[in-house]
Design a protein around this ligand. Sequence first.
Ligand SMILES: [Zn+2]
Length: 289
Amino acid sequence: MPNVRHVCPVCGRIAATRLTFPDYAVLACPGCRHEFTPELPPRVAETYDPAYFQKAHANWFANPDTALFADLAESIGRCGGKDARIIDVGCGNGAFLKFLAKRGFANLTGLDIIPQALPAPIRYLETPIEDYAGGETFDAVISLANIEHLPEPRAAMAALARLLAPGGLLAVYTVANESLLYRAAKILADCGLSFAAARLYEPHHVSHFSVPSLARAAAACGLAPRGVTRRDIPKKAVDLPAGILRPAVSLAVSAIAAVAAGTGTQMLQLALFTNTVRRDKNYDARNTV
Ligand SMILES: [Zn+2]
């Protein structure tokens, strides 16, 4: 019986160990170039409590990427106008939905696993996406910096696809593991300096997508691509490590971001998809002489 832990969860090819940390390893697929952390020992697997928002990622949550929000609002507006039914899956503290509410969007739903209340008109669903069984569909399904936390990319993408109304817009914003920052971190780790890789491949992040692996996971769910853009997070949203390395890391992050912006190798990808209407299985038989 094959060691299923070493099978790429996107394309099924046998993956090889790419990075090793004291408590876990990151594997890389030679086919779709997806990278993933197969299993975490319980003591490493982190929980999502208020400290996750307030401490470990304070800058990230305190400095939402409003340029990203504005671009998404424009895409949603073009598709469904201000009445579009919108769900933000993994909405965290609801920053994007609050942004949309201020822009006049009224049909807003957030979904996440933490107990919280979000202000009207936002409706909040407290459930893991995999367990959501409401049967509702939405004109826009948004997943921002969330899918990398989920260990089964195809199941996660299928859960997002199920929420999408016919002709709707799915936006997935996640890491790009072949970006300049990721490549630099892996080269440093190969040289014995693993602090940057340890940050990018922290235990919260278990699915590190390449552009092809995200597209492939989407295609497996009957989703059609509508475009991919590369982005970096605003510098002030970067959570830098404490200690003596902080100034050097800050400088390096700025330098890498500048080069990445000039070469189209930014750290994140914003991929847009729509659902395709599946032909029924007798279509070809009926329409072929
Ligand atoms: Zn693969």
